[in-house]
Design a protein around this ligand. Structure first.
Ligand code: TYM
Length: 370
C-alpha cells in the first residue's frame, strides 16, 4: 500500500494508516458528540467514510465554549474534477451549514505547475477556474467561502509560508514527502504553501482561530508539518477529519484522473458516464446461474461502492447488500440503477456548474480586501 499526496496504490488498510500516520479513529462517542452539536450526523460519518481525525474533540469543545472555527480544504488543478473529489467537498458543505463556518478553499496552481513536467502555468490556471465551478455548484455560501488561488492570493500566504518553511528542515521534508535529489526545489518549498491557509484566519484577525481540515487521508503529510510548526509560530494546531478513497470503476484502486475510463468526471456527458458504469468491475459470478445459486460479493464491487459512498440511503444499501449476497439481483440490473442516479446527478450538477460561470470573482480571496 502506498498513500502519499501524489500517489495512492495497493489495497488500502485504513486501520494501518491510523497507526502509521498517528491519527485517531472516529469513535462512537465522538460521533454522538458531533450529532449533538451539529443537529444531525452526515451520511459520510454514519458510514465511517470519514473514519479518522486529529483533535476533533478539542475543536468541538472550543466550539461549545463559543470559539468558532474555520474550515480549510482544497484542490490541485491538473484536470477535471471526478466524483471522488466531491466526497470531501460535500462533507465540508455540511460542516459549513451546521457550524456556520467560514471556508478557505485552496487551489494549488503552483503545486500542479511544479509537479507536472509538461505543464506551463497556463494549464493549471485554466483548470483552477474549471474546478472552482464544481465547488461553487455544490452550493457553498459566497459570504462565507473564499477561494485561494495560490498564484493570485500569494501576497497574504507568503509571509505565513516563509514562517512555516523556516521551521522545517530538508531532512524532515524528505522523510515526510519522500523527496529525492532529483526533486525540483519548488516542490520542496511547496508544503509550506499548503500549510499556510491553516493559519490564515488567525493571521488576518490577529487572534487564534481553530481550523478544521476535511480531506482524504492522502493529504495528511502536510498536516503533520503544519501541526509540528504551529506552536512555534504561536498558532493552534489545525485539526483534521480524514475520509477514505472513493474507488475507481475498475478492479481495486482509488478513483483517479490518470485512469479516465474508470473515473466519472463531473463534466462527463451523461451517456459516457453510463457507458463507464456499464463496463465497471463488479463482484459478480461468471454466470447468471452461478450467481443465482451462490450470490455475489458486494465488498469488492465498484458499483456497490458508489451506492455506498454517494447514491443510496441506509435502507437501500442494506437491501442491496442482502439481495446481492443472496443472489437475488444480477449485476446488469444494479449497474442500471446506479447509472440512472449518476446521470440524474450529472445533469443537475452540470446545470448548477453552468450557472457558477460568472460567480468565480465573488468567491475569490482578494488579498486587497484585508
Ligand atoms: P487533489 O486535487 O489531489 O484532491 C482534492 C481533494 O479530493 C480528495 N481526493 C479524494 N477523496 C475521495 N476519494 C478519492 N478517490 C479522492 N481523490 C482525491 C483529496 O484528499 C483532496 O481532499 N494538494 C491538494 C490540494 C490542497 C488541499 C488543501 C486538499 C491544497 N490545500 C487542503 C485538501 C485540504 C491536492 O492536490 O488535492
Amino acid at each position: 500500500m502506498i498513500v502519499t499526496p501524489w500517489e495512492v496504490a495497493g489495497k488500502i488498510d485504513y486501520d494501518k494508516l491510523i497507526r502509521d500516520f498517528g491519527t485517531q479513529p472516529l469513535t462512537p462517542e465522538l460521533l454522538t458528540r458531533i450529532r449533538e452539536q451539529a443537529g444531525e450526523l452526515h451520511l459520510q460519518l454514519e458510514r465511517r467514510i470519514f473514519f479518522s481525525h486529529r483533535d476533533l474533540d478539542w475543536l468541538l469543545e472550543k466550539y461549545k465554549n463559543g470559539e468558532k472555527f474555520v474550515l480549510y480544504t482544497g484542490r490541485g488543478p491538473s484536470g477535471p474534477v471526478h466524483i471522488g473529489h466531491l466526497v470531501p467537498w460535500i462533507f465540508t458543505k455540511y460542516l459549513q451549514d451546521k457550524f456556520d463556518a467560514k471556508l478557505y478553499f485552496q487551489i494549488t496552481d503552483d503545486e500542479r505547475f511544479l509537479y507536472h513536467d509538461n505543464f506551463t502555468m497556463k494549464e493549471p490556471q485554466e483548470w483552477a477556474y474549471e474546478n472552482a465551478l464544481d465547488l461553487i455548484a455544490l452550493g457553498f455560501d459566497p459570504k462565507k467561502t473564499r477561494i485561494i488561488l495560490d498564484t493570485k492570493s500569494i501576497e497574504k500566504l507568503y509571509t505565513l509560508a516563509l514562517n512555516v518553511a523556516k521551521h522545517v528542515t530538508f531532512s524532515t521534508a524528505k522523510a515526510v514527502f519522500g523527496f529525492q535529489e532529483s526533486t525540483n526545489i519548488g516542490l520542496v518549498f511547496y508544503p509550506a504553501i499548503q500549510a499556510a491557509p491553516a493559519f490564515l484566519e488567525s493571521a488576518l484577525v490577529g487572534y487564534n482561530v481553530p481550523c478544521l481540515i476535511p480531506a482524504a487521508i492522502d493529504q495528511d503529510p502536510y498536516w503533520r508539518i503544519a501541526r509540528d510548526v504551529a506552536p512555534k509560530l504561536g498558532y493552534y494546531k489545525p485539526a483534521q477529519i480524514h475520509c477514505r478513497f472513493v474507488p475507481g470503476l475498475g478492479r481495486g484502486g482509488k478513483m483517479s484522473a490518470s485512469l479516465p475510463e474508470t473515473a466519472i468526471f463531473t463534466v462527463d456527458k451523461p451517456e459516457l458516464a453510463r457507458k463507464k458504469i456499464m463496463s465497471a468491475f463488479t463482484g459478480g459470478r461468471a454466470t447468471v446461474d452461478e450467481q443465482r445459486k451462490l450470490g455475489a460479493n458486494p465488498d469488492v464491487c465498484s458499483i456497490f461502492a458508489y451506492d455506498y459512498f454517494l447514491f443510496m440511503n441506509r435502507q437501500e444499501v442494506e437491501e442491496l447488500r442482502y439481495n446481492c449476497l443472496a443472489g437475488n439481483i444480477m449485476c446488469g440490473e444494479c449497474k442500471n440503477v446506479l447509472a440512472e442516479r449518476v446521470v440524474r446527478f450529472l445533469i443537475e450538477h452540470q446545470e448548477r456548474r453552468e450557472k457558477a460561470k460568472d460567480r468565480f470573482e465573488e468567491f475569490l480571496f482578494n488579498p486587497k480586501d484585508y
